[in-house]
Design a protein around this ligand. Structure first.
Ligand SMILES: Nc1ncnc2c1ncn2[C@@H]1O[C@H](COP(=O)(O)OP(=O)(O)OP(=O)(O)O)[C@@H](O)[C@H]1O
Ligand SMILES: [Mg+2]
Length: 364
């Protein structure tokens, strides 16, 4: 799949933007704070309905304006689809696909498959578990609408159960009503755990070879889904830990507490790996994600690289660029001298300045 064009209206610092993108490598370059990441964010938004920065819709709308629009044309199997997204200040966003409004926002998932790669992703191993869960959730939601529905339901039930736990603190008789929430939590939680575990297992099959290649065969990288509760003992665990949950007034066990563990040659990378090892392992993970998505959707996803090239040495940069030859890529950077020096084929270049894009070249 590939994005043919993108138009923005009152989106962050863009009053109006209308650009066409090449199927190959596209570069957006310019000084800081000119609007490069904003373009990638709008694409991510069209794929996932959310900002990768976690911003609220009202903060994305251009200052002093009430609404923002994104219009994106994506080509899949040589058929063009148009996605229109309409952000409003005090209401939910509206989305239309090929001119028809969609009823459920989740219907958008899977239309565009985006892999977003920013310097923060290189810290995914070093960072906290929230980022690692987010990594799984954002990818799985794009791959499976069912997963989106299971994780949304899980989070809803979890919130309700936690509310109840807070009330129980003042009113012990409410304890009898918790079983209903436990059953629902187990129903959705089990599905979430299974899908995540399956995803991590599939990623692991791919990541071993990639990481071995990046480290010239010196390192064997393993990744494991780290569960806080076993599905078979879910009900018993919740019962057993109920008093702990009541004490903390929140649910202590379940997929919202799960994590991913990384091992290099059998040693926990988060605890004992060097900074360089952690970053290389993170790059391997991202490269494996690209391969896995390709395999699952039987098409190539679109890769957004936000300022990530300058963070990689030339070996790692080449490893990344070699993997993305047949993938539409949009790269932001402050300058593209390195690409020219390394003779990387660039198909389109835009110079970004103060919320405007200037086409510099069709092909370099
Ligand atoms: N809601 C908004 N309305 C208008 N302008 C906004 C809004 N939100 C952010 N901006 C502006 O967008 C600019 C930042 O854009 P962006 O993050 O895309 O920059 P960038 O080109 O990626 O910079 P860097 O190279 O530093 O990453 C800032 O100048 C900011 O003030
Ligand atoms: Mg930026």
């Amino acid at each position: 799949m590939n994005i043919e064009s993108l138009a923005l209206n009152n989106y962050r610092n863009y009053e109006l933007l209308d650009i066409e993108l090449s199927k190959g490598t596209n570069i957006l370059y310019g000084n800081n704070a000119q609007g490069k990441t904003n373009i990638l964010e709008s694409i991510y938004m069209t794929a996932t309905t959310k900002s990768h920065r976690g911003s609220r819709d009202r903060d994305i709308i251009r200052f002093e304006e009430d609404e923002a629009h994104i219009k994106l044309l994506v080509s899949k199997n040589d058929i063009s689809h148009r996605i229109d997204m309409h952000l409003k200040k005090n209401k939910n966003k509206g989305v239309a696909v090929d001119g028809l409004p969609i009823r459920k926002i989740s219907e958008i998932f899977g239309l565009l498959n985006i892999i977003f790669f920013s310097p923060e992703d290189l810290s995914i191993i070093k960072n906290g578990p929230v980022e690692r869960r987010r990594f799984m959730d954002m990818e799985l939601c794009q791959l499976s609408r069912l997963y989106y529905s299971n994780i949304s339901n899980y989070n809803k039930v979890l919130n309700q159960r936690n509310n109840l736990l807070r009330q129980i603190y003042y009113n012990k008789s409410l304890l009898d009503t918790i079983d209903v929430w436990d059953d629902q939590l187990i129903l959705y939680g089990t599905k979430v755990i299974k899908e995540r575990e399956n995803f991590i297992n599939m990623l692991e099959e791919i990541v071993v070879d990639i990481h071995s290649g990046l480290t010239e065969g010196r390192e064997k990288l393993e990744i494991k889904y780290n569960k806080s509760v076993n599905e078979d003992e879910y009900k018993d665990t919740l019962l057993e830990k109920r008093s702990v949950d009541c004490k903390y007034e929140s649910t202590q066990y379940g997929p919202h507490r799960d994590d991913i563990s990384f091992f290099i040659n059998g040693i926990d990378v988060r605890m004992f790996g060097s900074q360089g090892q952690q970053r290389t392992a993170a790059l391997s993970l991202k490269l494996a994600e690209i391969e896995l998505v390709k395999k699952i959707i039987n098409d190539s996803p679109i890769l957004l690289l936000d300022d990530v090239m300058s963070e990689l040495d030339s070996n790692r940069r080449n490893a990344l660029l070699n993997r993305i030859k047949d993938v539409q890529t949009i790269i932001t950077c402050t300058g593209y001298d390195d690409f020219i020096r390394e003779r990387i084929k660039i198909d389109k270049i835009y110079y970004i300045e103060n919320g405007k894009a200037f086409l510099k070249s069709g092909q370099v």
